[in-house]
Structure formats: C-alpha cells, structure tokens
Write a protein that binds this ligand. Structure first.
Ligand SMILES: Cc1ncc(COP(=O)(O)O)c(C=O)c1O
Length: 447
C-alpha cells in the first residue's frame, strides 16, 4: 500500500482549471445593487484589479499560472496526497480514505493558493495596499504572507469572536507585517454604526467584508481581496484537485466520493471541480459538501440574489444564502461562519451534482480527535467537518467499501483553544432556529 504520493516540483500544474464553462445550466451574472442589471468589470474595478476581474468573468477552461506565482506556490506545493490507512483501521472499514493535505502551506491551510495570485495581480497593476476580512484567521494570515512576498501593505479586519479566540493568528499576521483590527472596528463608518447599535456583537464575516470594502473604496492606492466565494478564488483553488487527480492516478485508485467542508465553498470546490468533466462524461462520483448545522446556507438557505456583506455594498450574487444580515453563533469553526455560498458551489447544488450535508460541531471535533490519534495531524475545526463526513461515508455500508477523497483544508495547531474548550465540555451543538432564518431571509433584496 502506498502511504503518500508526492509530486515533484516540475509536476505542479502550470494552468488553473476554470469550471464556469462546464457548469450545466451556467451561472447567473452578478447584479449591480442600484440598477439590478448585470454588472460589468468597469464598476468592480474600483475594488479589484482587472487581472482578477478577467478571471472572474472568463469562459476559458484553462488559464496559465504566472511563473512568479508558481515560484511562490512551490514553497509548499505540490501538496501530499495521503492514504489515511490508520484511520481506516480504527474504523474497521475496508473503504479507502485518501486526503489531500493542504495543511502543509506556510500558514497551515489552503488559503495561500488564492492569496498569492491575488497579491500578484494587484502588484502588477500598481496597487500598494490590500484590505481584507478574516474569520478563522487563516485567510488573513494567507493574505498577509502573500502581500509580504510582493511588498504590499495589508490591513485585516478580523471577526471579533475570532480575534478574541485566536491570539496567535494575530501574531502570525504581525510576523508577515500586516495591520490587524477587530471587526466591527472604529476605523470605518460601518463598524462605528454597528458598534453603536450592538456594542457586544461577536461580529461576522459579512460585517468584516463591509469594513474592508469601505476602507478599499476610500483610498486610491488600495484594493480589496476576498478569500472565498468568488469564481476567481475557486479558479486558484482548482490546483488542489488538479494535483489530486494526478496523485490518485499514481495510487491506482479513483474516488467514488469527494468530500470537503464548506464555508464560502473554495477548498471543497478546489478539490471537486477538476473532477466535474469526468462526472459529466458519465463517471459515477458523489460530491459531498459539509457545512455546520449552526450556519446551514446550503441545507436551509435559499437560492437567491443577495449581498455578500451586511452593509449591502457588494454586487448581488446568485447563491444559497441565509440572508446578508444573518449573524451566526460564535462556533469554533470560524471559517464556516458565512451567510452565503460560492455561486459555483450553489449552481452545482442546484443541479443536484453536489450533495450538501449539515453536521453538528461536537461530532466533528470527535472525528478530528480520532484523526489526530490515528494519522497524527491535528485538524483545523473547519477540516473536522470534512473528516466527519469522510467517516460517515466510510462506515455507511461495511459490505460496500468505497474510495473516498477528502480535502484536509488545514491543520489546527493554532486552534488548540477550541480543542481545550471541547475537552472541558464547554462546546455545545447549536441548530439555528428556523424562525430566525426566515426572519433574515425576509430581508433579501427584491429582484
Ligand atoms: C482551514 C479552513 N478550512 C475551510 C475553510 C472554509 O472556507 P472555504 O469554504 O472557502 O474553503 C476555512 C476558512 O477560513 C479554513 O480556514
């Protein structure tokens, strides 16, 4: 049995895969919130560089990865594909479980796969400073790292609850030279308004996005970067699945089930979408996206046009959403606390290609601890959701063992505070009340 498959540097993909032209039924365009008409790149150019906007709208299947970007990705890529045989043994299953280990990046997750190209295209167009939001802190760290590689300044609006729970994420961002502030903050009009209304709010990604956008729109030298949801982010993350396909081939296996945790959808889509052409050619593959029961956009949200942020400043995206003013509870998988889901993932759920599943946090932490004891690596709380999903699939029918591939989106070494709370019995399961969801869905923009 092969334990792990490591590709050579020169086997790293040199092109990203753009799934947009292959999505059955296609994607609906983003809308201008004022006119409710499709929004072209001109208006978005105030906050994003043209290089990324072209990718956002592109119908070209393969897009070259610039050499400067490849050189930085090679610090940790190609990432290993690992057979979780010790976990299989502990589960008493004949299923084969493989995971793509994205925890080997400098900041410990998949996020730099997109942060590096985003910083690169901004640098190429003369931008001097980037702003962004971060939930778990992983994206903030990734952009801080990427900005430092291209000599850009970086300011990170970090969701209040994560800012308090994850002090070492702040230290990491400082190490890469970024400025960090808890969101809502006093640095923006949106933050000041929300603090005046709800001084003890835990914050949300929707609020932090509003603040980062407001900051970027108020300065000529600054643009904004988003760590998930958008098409260009999923394009950059496709390198995960492109590598995994080569590695699974070397392993002599083909996945029956592909699993990932879903916050905004980028790590799961990054692994899954390169397999879509095979699926459309008739290969039997199940794609399972796991979200937390406490923030169930795919399983309890609505497919509709909505804002990506609380202050209603982003274009309207056609996605599964819980409503832009939905404030999820402060569960420990901070990276899964977002009210919406990537339009690409949403379209594949609409087409019944991706199966969404919601899981409670305690069963996910338990799965993460079993994974740590068997495979040795402590997973990020977000990743625990994918692991629990993989365990469910591996033990569903012991007489019909499947080949499972899941994305190990990040390690949890900076999340030990959450594990301590789990061990102390201080974490609880939480199901969002349907009335609350209905209340925030009632505020969806009328199209
Ligand atoms: C380790 C990890 N996994 C998953 C996610 C969820 O994001 P996405 O759904 O965009 O992959 C995050 C987000 O911060 C994360 O840090």
């Amino acid at each position: 049995m092969i334990k792990k498959i490591i590709l050579r540097d020169d086997e790293m993909p040199t092109q990203w895969y753009n799934v947009t032209p292959d999505i059955p039924g296609g994607l609906l365009p983003p809308l201008d919130p004022e006119t409710k008409q499709p929004m072209g790149p001109e208006k978005l150019a105030a906050v994003f560089p043209m290089g990324l906007l072209e990718q956002e709208m592109s119908m070209q299947r393969f897009i070259d990865i610039p050499e400067e970007v490849q050189d930085i990705l090679k610090i940790w890529r190609p990432s290993p594909l690992v057979r979780a045989n010790n976990l299989e043994k502990a589960l008493g299953t004949k299923a084969k479980i493989y995971f793509k280990n994205e925890g080997v990046s400098p900041v410990g997750s998949h996020k730099p796969n997109s942060a590096v190209p985003q910083a690169y295209y901004n640098m190429k167009e003369g931008v001097k400073r980037l702003t962004t939001e971060t939930g778990a802190g992983q994206w903030g760290c990734a952009l801080s790292f990427a900005a430092s590689k291209f000599d850009l300044e970086c300011k990170v609006y970090m969701v209040r609850v994560s800012y308090d729970q994850k002090p070492y994420r702040k230290s990491m961002m400082h190490t890469y030279g970024a400025e960090i502030v808890a969101s809502p903050s006093l640095d923006t009009a949106t933050g000041r308004r929300i603090l005046a209304e709800t001084p003890d709010t835990p914050g949300s990604l929707g609020i932090a996005i509003s603040e980062a956008l407001e900051d970027a729109s108020s300065r000529d030298d600054t643009k904004y970067a988003l760590g998930s949801v958008l098409n260009h982010v999923i394009l950059h993350q496709s390198i995960i699945g492109l590598e995994a396909k080569k590695q699974m081939e070397i392993a002599g296996d083909y996945p029956d089930v592909i699993i990932g945790c879903c916050g905004g959808g980028s790590n799961f889509a990054g692994l899954a979408v390169p397999y879509l052409p095979d699926y459309l050619d008739g290969k039997k593959i199940r794609f399972v996206g796991v979200e937390p029961t406490s923030c169930p956009s795919l399983t309890m949200g609505k497919l509709a046009y909505d804002f990506g942020d609380v202050a209603q400043t982003t274009p309207l995206l056609y996605m599964y959403t819980l409503g832009h003013d939905f404030i999820p509870p402060g569960i420990h998988a901070g990276g899964l606390r977002y009210h919406g889901m990537a339009p690409i993932v949403s379209a594949l759920v609409r087409e019944n290609i991706i199966e969404p599943v919601k899981l409670h946090q305690l069963e996910c932490f338990k799965a993460g601890v079993l994974f740590a004891k068997t495979e040795g690596i402590i997973p990020a709380p977000e990743t625990c959701h994918a692991i629990r999903g993989a365990i469910i699939e591996a033990t569903r029918d012991l007489n019909d063992p499947k080949t499972i591939l899941f994305n190990f989106s990040g390690h949890g070494l900076i999340d030990m505070g959450s594990y301590d709370k789990f061990y102390a019995g201080e974490l609880h399961d939480y199901e969002y009340p349907e009335e609350e969801i209905a209340r925030s869905l009632a505020n969806l923009p009328k199209i």
